[in-house]
Design a protein around this ligand. Structure first.
Ligand code: M6R
Length: 607
């Protein structure tokens, strides 16, 4: 979604802002702009469409050593130059960029309109610039505090005033903001990826905090002006990790990074001596873990599919009733929070509004929520009562791939811990560890030759509809496969339990609606084969995702992809990877913008 970058220091601001905006592109956006200050005046350049539309207007020589930039993902008002950020007040002396949604903007706007203020855009954000102008009496920080006290909703804001040429002021409520501390220069951003080319020293701004920044120092206070001492965190990511490293797209790169990401997610977390896992961040004693008799996992999108797989694994090996919960639904269901239930909030970005608010609702009722996040220092990671980082490295493509398999890894380790405290024997635990540790190498085998998947994608990318069908623990894999295909290729795809198609979706089957069946050699194999035959009998084309050497399945299907043989519980890893590649190559075939699909945002920070 929207992205923010701010710069304050001795260097020309414009190129730094544009570079920062490029690093934020992956979040998804539809317009972009910058404001640069020099000689007590601001220059604002903003355009609908891609950052490249600013080219010709922004030059490296553009004067100004302070500025703010923004990528907008439209919520209030269409995709126009006027609605792009930064927004200014009537005098043009104040410029602001804003992420989030101002829920009470209409009454605020009505009041300002009644006072004769002219609005140049249809956005909720513009009220901030006009409110600031009304409150400004020579102190931007004070004006920001008065302004945000009136605002209801979520915001990450950065403001500048031409009368205070060396200062940026940021404020946060529910929308991330991070300060990058450089050598004689400072950066404000919604996301560390925008600034790690310049500095790894960061300070995460919390809700209710206001930060006032010059090139040399910063001051953080709350809305009552109490000073807050912040500590500097070090970002572990390397710059190369947010670059394509020879791959054509980030999605392709991230698919290929999965073996390494899974290894990283298990590093230091397997205790071979006791054939169990070790997740230090859970902040729960063994006694507390033993008392847990129910697990609920809050998530959205791909993370929700990971949660569904996790529920099968936890129930299967730890015998603990586990449910995956759509965070957006749970929050408004007046959830029943029981003693001895353990909650997880699982989110790649750690900023997904639906998941964050559901987590807060559970915590408010006294529930304990652990976070499983990728982005270090993200809001869910910080607000949860403990948790696990999956350490997959930055995931830049909007379509989540490596985070999914790393999330599974974290849950498999948790399931192992819980299982070993209950009925799983040492031998069973050791076998589970061995199987989990063999997953990266098996994925490497799949990735070593993708030509067959490319060939399939070339032939199937012309279809407008597709079904993905799996059973048991591979049912969520089918859901995830369908989500991936529709996200990046815009082919309409549905995931179903293979058993369910006879209850309705089979009506869709004809020669123009192919089905991809996930057919591992598990206890449900013969039933899935029957489902395949039902589709074949209705002239449906069938792609099977089967286990090496499964000639029976190969003989039924029109096309077959094979994955290495494995134990039942590990197939979600192995079956997922070919479906990711299939979606990727279909998108390429259809000429889609793979890394930034239309209308989508990487981190969905609005409800
Ligand atoms: O950052 P999160 O894991 O919380 O994101 C949740 C979803 O928004 C996300 O998985 C989304 O569905 C992706 N585009 C999937 O590829």
């Amino acid at each position: 979604m929207c992205g923010i970058i701010g710069y304050c220091g001795p260097r020309p601001a414009a190129p730094i802002l544009i570079e920062g905006l490029r690093r934020l592109e992956y979040r998804g956006y539809d317009s972009a702009g910058i404001a640069v200050g020099r000689d007590n005046a601001l220059t604002v350049i903003k355009r609908a469409g891609k950052i490249s539309n600013l080219r010709g207007h922004v030059t490296p020589e553009m004067p100004g050593i302070i500025g703010i930039g923004h990528t907008r993902w439209a919520t209030h008002g269409g995709v126009t130059d006027e609605n792009a950020h930064p927004h200014t007040d009537g005098s043009g002396k104040i410029a602001i960029v804003h992420n989030g949604i101002i829920e009470n903007y209409q009454p605020l706007k009505d009041r300002l309109l009644a006072e004769g203020v002219h609005f140049a855009s249809e956005t909720d954000s513009e009220v901030i610039a006009h409110l600031l102008a009304g409150f400004y009496r020579g102190d931007l920080e004070a004006a920001v505090k008065e302004t945000v006290s009136l605002i209801k909703g979520t915001y990450g804001i950065v403001a500048m005033h031409s009368d205070e040429p060396g200062r940026l002021v940021g404020a946060r409520n529910g929308s991330p903001l991070v300060l990058g501390v450089g050598e004689g220069e400072m950066f404000l951003a919604s996301d560390v990826t925008a600034i790690i080319a310049h500095t790894r020293q960061v300070i995460y701004i919390e809700d209710g905090e206001v930060i006032s920044v010059t090139g040399r120092d910063y001051r953080t206070t709350d809305l009552r002006d109490n000073q807050i001492v912040k500590h500097i965190d070090h970002v572990g990511w390397e710059l190369e990790e947010i670059e394509k490293a020879g791959f054509t797209h980030f999605m392709e790169k991230e698919i290929h990074e999965q073996p390494e990401a899974i290894r990283r997610a298990t590093t230091g977390r397997i205790d071979h001596e006791f054939a169990t896992g070790h997740l230090g961040g859970l902040n729960l004693s063994n006694r507390e873990l033993l008392e847990i008799n129910r697990v609920k996992i809050l998530a959205a999108g791909t993370s929700y599919h990971a949660a569904m797989v996790a529920s099968y694994v936890l129930e299967s090996i730890a015998r603990i009733p586990t449910t995956a919960e759509l965070a957006s639904e749970l929050r408004y269901r007046n959830p029943i929070v029981e003693r001895n239930s353990l909650y997880f909030a699982i989110s790649q970005s750690g900023e997904t509004a639906d998941t964050l608010y559901a987590m807060r609702e559970v915590q408010r009722k006294g529930g304990r929520v652990l976070g499983i996040c990728n982005v270090v220092g993200s809001t869910i990671a910080r607000e949860s009562d403990g948790g696990v980082y999956i350490h997959s490295g930055p995931e830049i493509a909007v379509a989540s791939t490596k985070a999914f398999t790393s999330q599974l890894t974290a849950f498999y380790l948790f399931a192992l811990i819980m299982g070993r405290m209950r009925d799983v024997s040492f031998e069973q635990g050791a076998r589970f560890v061995e199987e989990l540790e063999s997953v990266p190498e098996k994925i490497e085998r799949i990735l070593a030759d993708t030509t067959r998947i490319q060939d399939l994608a070339r032939r199937y990318a012309r279809y407008d509809n597709m079904l993905f069908l799996g059973r048991g623990i591979n049912y969520p894999v089918a859901l995830e496969a369908a989500l991936k295909l529709k996200e990046v290729s815009y082919i309409h795809a549905e995931g179903y339990s293979a058993a369910e198609i006879k209850h309705g979706p089979i009506a869709l089957i004809n020669e123009e609606t192919p089905s991809l069946f996930i057919v591992p050699d598990d206890g449900l194999r013969s039933k899935v084969i029957n489902n395949m035959k039902e589709v074949k009998a209705r002239q449906g084309r069938v792609i099977a995702l089967a286990v090496e050497g499964d000639q029976e399945v190969e003989a039924i299907a029109d096309d077959t992809l094979f994955v290495p043989r494995s134990s039942e519980l590990m197939y979600p890893f192995l079956m997922t990877v070919p479906t990711q590649l299939f979606a990727y190559y279909c998108a390429i075939e259809r000429g889609c913008n793979v890394d930034q699909p239309r209308n989508l945002a990487k981190s969905v920070t609005v409800e």
